[in-house]
Design a binder for this molecule. Structure first.
Ligand SMILES: [Zn+2]
Length: 81
């Protein structure tokens, strides 16, 4: 009898090539435009920023933040949907 694994592998490989966009999440993530690092999460029309050592901020739009990974200044003018 044929193994079901061969079919599953064929499907997964065909999907991986076309999946360039990220799957939608429940919360709208704000990511660095250069290195794609997570900068904050948009909730209820405000941006939730989380920094090291437990510092968290809820800020309104527009919001600018420097990426911790690459130092790029990111700008979000409106809550993304
Ligand atoms: Zn970055």
């Amino acid at each position: 009898m044929p193994t079901p694994f061969s079919q599953r592998q064929a499907v997964s490989t065909s999907w991986s090539g076309a999946a360039t966009t990220k799957p939608p999440t429940s919360n709208s993530e704000w990511r660095c435009t250069r290195c794609d690092k997570l900068l904050g999460v948009c909730r209820d029309g405000r941006m939730h920023l989380r920094f090291a050592r437990g510092h968290e901020y809820l800020v309104g739009f527009p919001v600018q933040a420097t990426c911790r990974g690459c130092g790029t200044l990111n700008n979000a003018t409106a809550p993304a949907r």
